[in-house]
Design a protein around this ligand. Structure first.
Ligand code: CU
Ligand code: CU
Length: 340
């Protein structure tokens, strides 16, 4: 039987909305007869107009959006811990435990993930510049892993050579620098596998001179290869398809919204973020004085940056990858902007 390709699944996106369990069976490779797999049929389904008619964006909001779970499930990933004012010598302690978990990324679609603390992406790590960051890493999985932090630190804290075997642990400790928005991920080999299985997360280092108070959000863009063919079948921010379409992110008109955006998508060269009906300013890597004023940014894997916006109007503002394929495979959501 012909293997279902990523494009084949794309054409099956309409069934995702209508009958997600059928797609789940395909994505897990258990029962391919439960969903279309004839490629000529896919092509006939795949014309733009037909697909748009079936998965029109207007319907992809609230209950109509195929997302897993309740309204607060991803709060710990979306809302970072608060910034702390600089204080010399402070230690910031974190514990990360690598575990193997089946996670549900779309209704009925499970992915055999390797996680930090049970979620993909892992927890948001935050420190102020020159805090001592101390991260105890416990490997409770069945493969060797590490944590490689982006930033400036001694090379024996870099998570490349000090492989942590299953059942073992290692504590990383170094001053957090430079201020900016960074990331962390496993650096065991094969690297591609350890990343695409889910071992990565966001790492915020606040400047000593604090940023202006804001409504702060974190989004890690990623993909999931659910049929192990080396291509992503689903795309998300913070790990679940269409989650912020089902549960739009509430912000206030005119308030400063600061979004820490990172790309950990494996297999695809780039990912992107596009905001509808307003603009934002973008600071690459969260460092330096250069801000771009735009409504669309793209990031290669490992790139990240800080977006700041103040919504001029109230209403429902879509955001999504500007690769429309990624959008239709799960990477889409909304800001719900109110007066208060
Ligand atoms: Cu690993
Ligand atoms: Cu990296």
């Amino acid at each position: 039987m012909a293997k279902l390709t990523r494009r084949g699944l794309l054409c099956a996106t309409a069934p995702l909305a209508a009958a997600p369990l059928g797609l789940a069976a395909v994505a897990r490779g258990r029962d391919v007869t439960a969903a279309p797999h004839d490629h000529s049929a896919h092509r006939s389904l795949a014309t733009h107009d037909q697909r748009a008619a079936m998965i029109g964006h207007a319907a992809m909001i609230g209950e109509g959006a195929p997302a897993v779970g309740g309204p607060n499930d991803l709060d710990d990933l979306l809302y970072p811990p608060p910034a702390l004012p600089y204080r010399p010598g402070r230690v910031r302690d974190y514990t990360l435990v690598a575990t193997d978990e089946e996670i549900e990324i779309a209704p009925g679609v499970f992915f055999p993930a390797w996680t930090y603390n049970g979620t993909v992406p892992g927890p948001v790590i935050r420190a102020t510049e020159d805090d001592i960051l101390r991260v105890r890493f416990v490997n409770a999985g069945v493969h060797p892993h590490t944590i490689h932090f982006h930033g400036i630190h001694p090379t024996d804290m870099d998570g490349v050579f000090e492989i942590v075997s299953p059942g073992k642990e290692l504590t990383y400790e170094f001053p957090a620098r430079p201020a900016g928005f960074h990331l962390y991920h496993c650096h065991a080999t094969p690297l591609k596998k350890h990343i695409h299985k889910g071992l990565y997360g966001a790492f915020v280092i606040d400047p000593k001179k604090p940023r202006e108070p804001a409504r702060e959000l974190v989004m890690v863009m990623n993909g999931f290869d659910t049929d192990a063919d080396g291509e992503n079948n689903f795309y998300t921010v913070n790990g679940r398809t269409f989650y912020y379409a089902r549960y739009p992110i509430r912000v206030r008109q005119g308030e400063l919204v600061r979004l820490y955006l990172a790309n950990l998508t494996e297999f695809d060269l780039i990912n992107s973020f596009h905001l509808h009906a307003d603009f934002f300013r973008y600071q690459p890597t969260g460092t330096g004085e250069h801000w771009e004023y735009t409504d669309t940014v793209m990031q290669c894997q490992g790139q990240r940056g800080v977006l700041e916006m103040r919504f001029a109007n109230t209403g429902t503002f879509m955001f999504h990858a500007h690769q429309s394929e990624f959008t239709e495979l799960g990477w889409m959501g909304y800001f719900q902007v109110g007066e208060d």
